[in-house]
Ligand binder design. Sequence first.
Ligand SMILES: [Zn+2]
Length: 404
Amino acid sequence: MPGASGVNGEGSCEALCRTLVSQNGHQRETADISQSVLYTSLMGLLLVADNEKEKVTLGSGRIGLRNIGNTCFLNAVVQCLSHTCGLRDYCLLKSHRQEKFSKEEARLMEAFSELLSGLWVANEEDTVVNPRRFYNIFKEAVPYFSGYSQQDAQEFLRFLLDKLHTEINRRPYVRRAGKDPEQKYARIRLSEEAVAMWKTHLERDDSRIVDLFSGQLRSSLHCSVCSHYSNTFDVFCDLSLPLPKRSIAGVVTLKECLDLFSQEEKLDKENSPMCERCNRRTECTKRLSIQRFPQVIVIHLNRFTTSRWSISKSTVYVSFPLANLDLRPYGPVDCGPVLYDLYAICNHTGTVNMGHYTACCSDGNGWCFYNDSSVTPVSENQLQTNQAYVLFYQRSKSSATIRK
Ligand SMILES: [Zn+2]
């Protein structure tokens, strides 16, 4: 198949089936999440839930979204999410209805699932889907987005995932008040401390969104007075990377952005937290690393810089790998290769005030360019532009196998 690429690198429907089926084998850390399976049927790809009650015949997914007034940010993000197989399958099979613990209605999740069904459930008549119902319900849930002006795609993505998570949280009644337990595990190993913090997180926040998008960041502090090391762990759903300062015509690599993100930073007394040993604020160094890798890593190239009076946009060209992005240098010392493959890109063109969002997504049969209602195939060499804004990477099969 010419130009075929896709999440699994093989590009055929059968390859996609094999990938989804074999994922059952390697997702040991999240073995409890319900898995769907794709079959090839006479009508096309058939998506079947593990309880076999729900079946959906998949279309090509190459359907546009109508712009209903400055909603390109929404359209681009929805296309990227709709190509996140683990989320798409969950939505199409309405899996949240089976696993919902909260008594409250999952209105946004229902509307989002309906929207994705419009994009994926085989129906030859539709070429464009209207996101209005979904957008109205979203704006009710997040009044911040009620204005009629252009919004930031990354912000929208964060709010959307957060709201969806809240509605489908498997632990909705655990009290959220109060602070996290004190992170004092002086005698146990760092990795055990990280696991303990992660378990605490899952006791309150556990959903398909967490299964797919959540990882754990480690922040290490080193006191310059007493040399004491301390660590804190935080959950993340995306990495927001700074761009190295370069001339407008410059070219940087994703690796340089990641290096900048994880490089050691000097904190002066005023900006540093209390040193546990000195029992006062001291000069220290801080370094961020990834303690736990998510299945899907969302990488935000932070092109917008807010100064006192204005927001400016960087149009620097950031080159990024389409396959085998290795995040090992940013993980724990002994983590081994941690490989990711790109499957969606959210682009921002134009300026801060006059911008437009589009998406490029891979569906296993190749890449398409999603520009509101229009969908056109693109080749791999057209994917890298200086407009790339949010990158969606899926952990690849090979890295998970090596990891054991
Ligand atoms: Zn100290």
